[in-house]
Design a protein around this ligand. Structure first.
Ligand SMILES: Nc1ncnc2c1ncn2[C@@H]1O[C@H](COP(=O)(O)OP(=O)(O)O)[C@@H](O)[C@H]1O
Ligand SMILES: [Mg+2]
Length: 138
C-alpha cells in the first residue's frame, strides 16, 4: 500500500490512524534516510496509542518505553554497530512481548525482525515538493 503525503501533519495523522488499528505484539519497522520523517511518524503513532508523553528519539539509549493503551517500545537502532548489542538490551523480550514495537532504521537489523512485522518505508521526492513524502507499507 502506498500513501502520498504533503505535510508533516499528514504523516503524523497517517501514523496515528495506523496505531489506532495496532494489536498487542505488533511490530512496525520504519526505514528511510535521515530527516525523512521517521520520528514524526513515531510521534503520530504514539498519539494513536493514547500516549500523551512527549516522544524523544532514543538515539543513545536504543529503546524508550511508554505506557498507552498498551506498552509501546520505540527503538532507534541507527547507532548499532554490532547486532549483538540488540541481544544485550533484551531485544527478544520486547519483540516477542505484548507491547507494540516501532523500530527506526529496522533495515540495519533485518535478520532479527520476525516475519509478521509491518515494514514502512518513507521517501522524499523533491520534484513533488519539499514536504512531500511517499510512505510505502508492506
Ligand atoms: N511530510 C512530512 N512528513 C514528515 N516530516 C516532514 C514532512 N515534511 C517535512 N518534514 C520535516 O522533516 C523532518 C523529519 O525529521 P525526523 O522525523 O526527525 O526524521 P528522521 O527521524 O527520519 O530522521 C522534520 O523537520 C519535519 O518537520
Ligand atoms: Mg529519527
Amino acid at each position: 500500500m502506498i500513501k502520498e503525503v504533503f505535510s508533516e501533519e499528514e504523516t503524523f495523522g497517517f501514523a496515528k490512524k495506523m496505531a489506532e488499528n495496532a494489536n498487542k505484539g505488533g511490530i512496525y519497522c520504519l526505514c528511510g534516510d535521515l530527516g525523512v520523517g521517521k520520528t514524526v511518524f513515531t510521534k503520530g503513532f504514539a498519539k494513536g496509542l493514547g500516549i500523551a508523553e512527549h516522544i524523544t528519539s532514543p538515539t543513545f539509549t536504543i529503546v524508550n518505553e511508554y505506557e498507552g493503551k498498551m506498552p509501546f517500545y520505540h527503538f532507534d537502532v541507527y547507532r548499532i554497530s554490532d547486532i549483538e548489542e540488540m541481544y544485550d538490551i533484551g531485544f527478544e523480550e520486547y519483540i516477542f512481548g505484548d507491547g507494540v514495537c516501532l523500530i527506526e532504521w529496522a533495515d540495519l537489523i533485518k535478520e532479527l525482525i520476525p516475519e509478521n512485522a509491518v515494514w514502512i518505508n518513507i521517501e522524499k521526492d523533491l520534484e513533488k515538493g519539499f514536504d512531500y513524502r511517499k510512505i510505502e507499507v508492506k
